[in-house]
Design a protein around this ligand. Sequence first.
Ligand code: GLY
Length: 361
Amino acid sequence: MALGPALLSMASAAQVRSGSPGNVVISSANGLRACQRAMEVLRQGGDTLDAVIAGVNINEEDPEDNSVGYGGLPNEDGVVELDASVMHGPTRRAGSVAALRNIKYPSRVARLVMERSDHIMLVGEGALRFAKAHGFQEENLLTDKSRIAWLVWKANLRDSEGHSNWSDGLDAPVSKPSAQLRQMFPEVDESLLAWAVEVATRPPTGTITCLALNAKGEMSGVTTTSGLAWKIPGRVGDSPIIGAGLYVDQEVGAAGSTGRGEENIRTVGAHTIVENMRHGMPPKEACLDVLKRISRNYDQDLTRLARFDIVFYALRKDGAYASASLWSGRRQREAVSTRKFAVNDGGESRLEDCAFLYERK
Ligand code: GLY
């Protein structure tokens, strides 16, 4: 009996693959366009690392993606600091940069670290000098939108009297914080202000990870991010840490992560997932196992675990793939939206549901 399209899609999600898998790209939910572009590169016979980097460059240059590259939310000083890593399966090489300022495409710099240095990771000033030595131009990565969100965050930092040095509450008191914000930003529209308040009070850790497999069985991956919003300058998350935010083993598969990097670094999530798959776990179970380790680090205390989320993505060498998050979804005002991830296995990119460890009520 032939499987219809819906059942075929379920079969892939259920990690059943046989024969030559063909080209497969997966990424975090912000990567629909990234998967599409990566698939185009693969279709033209391009290398898997070229494909994933071309894909995530879309997010790195998109001012509307506030978790990656240009337009990313800044550190506590209002400076955008970027982290990225790449791994190339066929040559088993890796490169990464961390706390890189003023360069829009950290994934490309990470690749240059891999290809044109005898090192794997460069950080901060050294990474910037390395990028400039290779012709990258410095530019301001802080968009007006991100700057306003940063100012809202600063105005929200108040002492026990409710006073903030970054708002005019003493000279010209207003009764409600929302009225104060309106007074501070008269030119900013309501939806932008509401978004700024949301990210100021719940600092996001966005990120994009993108993993690719081509018809020859070659694999690569990239993870790139502006990291945790309002972080202490110099904070490095999981994205540039080989084995945490990204790991590729040409013989087994690839894994990446988005979400709260500190939890991932403590479990070396991507490497653990690839090792789990090496020992026979299907991609979904391999991801869930790491989420269980994270939960164990908090003694399964759901109150503390509810304060963050983290998502893993796994692509096995035979084309089977999965993604799993700690929580079933994100709370957005009253509703909980189901976590998704992006997939392209030859047609249009689509979103599929993530598996999850705990259901968000
Ligand atoms: N996963 C992104 C970060 O924590 O920086």
